[in-house]
Design a protein around this ligand. Sequence first.
Ligand SMILES: Nc1ncnc2c1ncn2[C@@H]1O[C@H](COP(=O)(O)OP(=O)(O)OP(=O)(O)O)[C@@H](O)[C@H]1O
Length: 337
Amino acid sequence: MNSVAISHLTKRFTEKTVFSDINLTIQDGEFFTLLGPSGCGKSTLLRCLAGLTQVDNGTIQLGEQDITHLAPQKRDIGMVFQSYALFPNLTVRENVAFGLRIQKLDTKQIKQRVDDILALVELGEFAERYPHSLSGGQRQRVALARSLVVRPKMLLLDEPLSALDARIRKHLRQQICAIQRELKLTTVFVTHDQEEALTMSDRIALMNEGKIIQCDPPEKLYIEPSSDFTARFMGQYNVLDADQAQQLFKESYQGSLAIRPESIYVFEDNRQYDERFSEKIAATVKSHQLLGSIIRYQLIANNVELTVDLLNRHAERLFDVGSELSILIDKSAMRHL
Ligand SMILES: Nc1ncnc2c1ncn2[C@@H]1O[C@H](COP(=O)(O)OP(=O)(O)OP(=O)(O)O)[C@@H](O)[C@H]1O
């Protein structure tokens, strides 16, 4: 079983402590994501798992083995970085076969394993090409094939999609997930992109300034943020302090309130709505932004600025700046922080 146990992990660079006392357990076969803003320490944590950075304190266990001080090549780990790091003078086949040659497998076995893995990443027909003649997405799939062909116990992915354009990125995202699930491979993925984390992961550890702020499955992290930081990072949550909440709802509140932009509704009629909704509140459109399938509005309601997402169902139904609207807020979807 290739589960990972990280205990009391600490890393310092001369003066700076990147993180201290990190504790995490990653399940066998889990797609686990380290998510957080630039500089929060996620790549350093991944590099510690890979053995590319030495830890100052704590332990890392992979399955039954303590790998804390093991050399990278002895860890049975595959790694894919943002830059493809392929050998330019070797073909796709030779690049992928590289790790197997080091393991001194016989030629027939190497050919079979390389063919199988190239088929898995849908690159069979590119086997004899050189990296310079491939697109970014194809090169990244070669890098993935190269790390998978040695059958690692754990796969580490450090922002492997960030250098690719949006369309390829989405496709490769699905492909990586499908392969990871098929191989049931314990995977740790680093990204600063919330959407990427939400769509790909079994569980996400949200990090900030070297700390794990919340570690949960995507739905829970999104719907039940446990702090201001999670609410702000995981979507366009409206985070109101107690004064703002009181001003908006005209009732007293304690602590902060997080309201998702899609749980605010705009109404133009006089129907009665059930009691999970707030009273109707008058609001004015401050600005709007077209984001494809949704339109994101900034509204002012009782002097409080709110972000509201509406489905872009009817092209003609765009509320102009200055429009007067009524909004209802789904109180059952609000989070008290
Ligand atoms: N080799 C190093 N020497 C000194 N400081 C380092 C080194 N590597 C990383 N750091 C510092 O450690 C902190 C965390 O860096 P890290 O690369 O882990 O962050 P990150 O969350 O992966 O950010 P990004 O998404 O920008 O890569 C940063 O402040 C960085 O400057």
